[in-house]
Design a protein around this ligand. Structure first.
Ligand SMILES: Nc1ncnc2c1ncn2[C@@H]1O[C@H](COP(=O)(O)OP(=O)(O)OP(=O)(O)O)[C@@H](O)[C@H]1O
Length: 217
């Protein structure tokens, strides 16, 4: 489903070139949930950005359902993000001027795959029914997190990329959000690649990859 081969990425910084990784290889299979761990600054977020086509790799190949992200132009990448990827980054990027309901429907509408029954089911599973008319600033952190998960899954992505989606929550809320995320991923057959600093959350996933000094173990 996701196959990464010989991936290399460096950043240029005022101190010179910072090589994050070279020759990186790994796969995520259909329906599999994989934790991505590693110390701060090792390149986990950058790796998600490369897979999402938001940054360019220096070398290597990223195949998503057989399509090579590294060979796509900007509009092909945007299309891929709309149709095949769900993305939950640290800044949740909910749209402040839209209600919870419209935030949830937004990405599915863009991808032209809004299915009202499916959206209703997602809303129920995520416990958001009462909150539909509210705006993001009227929600708690955990509630915003659930909306971001719903929005990412409403468009039926093949792969969900999540960067510490429970990072700002306390343990109890993080566990609840994680329960929902894993249930939904299982129900929909979506694959999940999730950055986390929590061993506890990582143990709940099918597999854990650790990025250390440019290598995955
Ligand atoms: N656009 C950029 N230009 C230069 N350096 C960058 C850029 N983006 C990230 N970096 C550097 O690349 C390294 C990897 O950053 P990245 O955000 O991928 O790490 P991370 O593993 O996700 O860290 P954290 O766990 O703290 O979120 C860091 O040292 C960071 O300072």
């Amino acid at each position: 489903m996701l196959k990464v081969t010989n991936l290399a990425k460096s950043h240029s910084t005022p101190q010179g070139t910072l090589e994050l990784f070279r020759g990186l290889q790994f796969s995520v299979h259909s329906g599999e949930s994989v934790a991505l761990m590693g110390e701060s600054g090792c390149g986990k977020s950058t790796l998600l950005h490369l897979i999402a086509g938001l940054e360019d790799a220096d070398a290597g190949q990223i195949l998503l359902s057989g399509q090579d992200v590294t060979a796509m132009n900007d509009s092909q990448r945007a299309r891929l993000r709309r149709h095949a990827l769900g993305i939950i980054f640290q800044q949740l990027n909910l749209i402040p001027s839209l209600t919870v309901h419209d935030n949830l429907a937004f990405q599915a509408r863009l991808a032209k795959c809004l299915q009202p029954d499916r959206l209703t089911q997602l809303i129920e599973t995520l416990g958001l029914t009462e909150l539909l008319p509210r705006y993001p600033h009227q929600l708690s952190g955990g509630q915003q997190q659930r909306v971001a998960i719903g929005r990412a899954l409403a468009a039926r992505p093949t792969l969900l990329l999540a960067d510490e989606p429970t990072g700002s929550l306390d343990e109890q809320n993080a566990d609840q959000v994680m329960d929902l995320l894993l249930t939904l991923v299982q129900q929909t057959g979506t694959s999940l690649l999730m950055v986390t600093h929590s061993q506890r959350l990582a143990r709940r996933m099918d597999r854990c990859l650790t990025l250390h000094q440019g290598q995955l173990t």
